[in-house]
Design a protein around this ligand. Structure first.
Ligand SMILES: [Fe+2]
Ligand SMILES: [Fe+2]
Length: 166
């Protein structure tokens, strides 16, 4: 079927308003940081549980889209293996802690401490990704189609959120 001018304009506008890869990933970082802060500031067990669930799900999905789509593209574009390897190891450590948090609950021995340590690990990792000369800065300089990668990750993220969240 022929695409009308209006439809084609609409498709272009949607593509433009979509986030590029880096904007999408940074947006995830800010969202999780906000939840960690809320966690710090509450004494309510149910609220802590809800926030921990949100944090763990968001981080699982975020690290997975990075590992499946963004990191391989970065490696392919020539970003140093040392930097990428370090990021992989940080993801793996975070994942262990996420699993422990998910299998525990508020009030369990060391459960709050695990969330706190996870927040510190993620803070460090996000800094490595976002800092000057960090991974994202290198990705911007590299020959990467950030719009296309952003679209791919947004699609994958939506599918994973549906599967893991439901
Ligand atoms: Fe990230
Ligand atoms: Fe990461």
């Amino acid at each position: 079927m022929a695409v009308t001018h209006a439809e084609s304009r609409k498709a272009k506008a949607t593509a433009k308003s979509a986030q590029d890869a880096i904007a999408l990933l940074k947006n995830d970082h800010r969202e999780v940081e906000g939840w960690f802060e809320e966690f710090e500031n509450t004494n309510s067990g149910p609220k802590k549980q809800k926030l921990a669930n949100q944090i763990c799900l968001a981080l699982r999905v975020h690290t997975q889209i990075e590992e499946e789509i963004f990191y391989p593209a970065c490696r392919e574009a020539g970003i140093d293996d040392d930097m990428m390897d370090e990021a992989d190891v940080e993801h793996a450590s975070a994942e262990k802690l996420i699993a422990e948090i998910e299998s525990g609950k508020p009030g369990d021995d060391h459960w709050d401490a695990k969330v706190k340590v996870l927040s510190e690990m993620i803070k460090h990792h996000v800094k490595e990704e976002e800092q000057r000369d960090g991974m994202f800065a290198k990705a911007k300089k590299a020959d990467l189609d950030l719009e296309e990668l952003g679209a791919q990750m947004a699609q994958r993220k939506a599918a994973l959120m549906k599967r893991k969240g439901g």
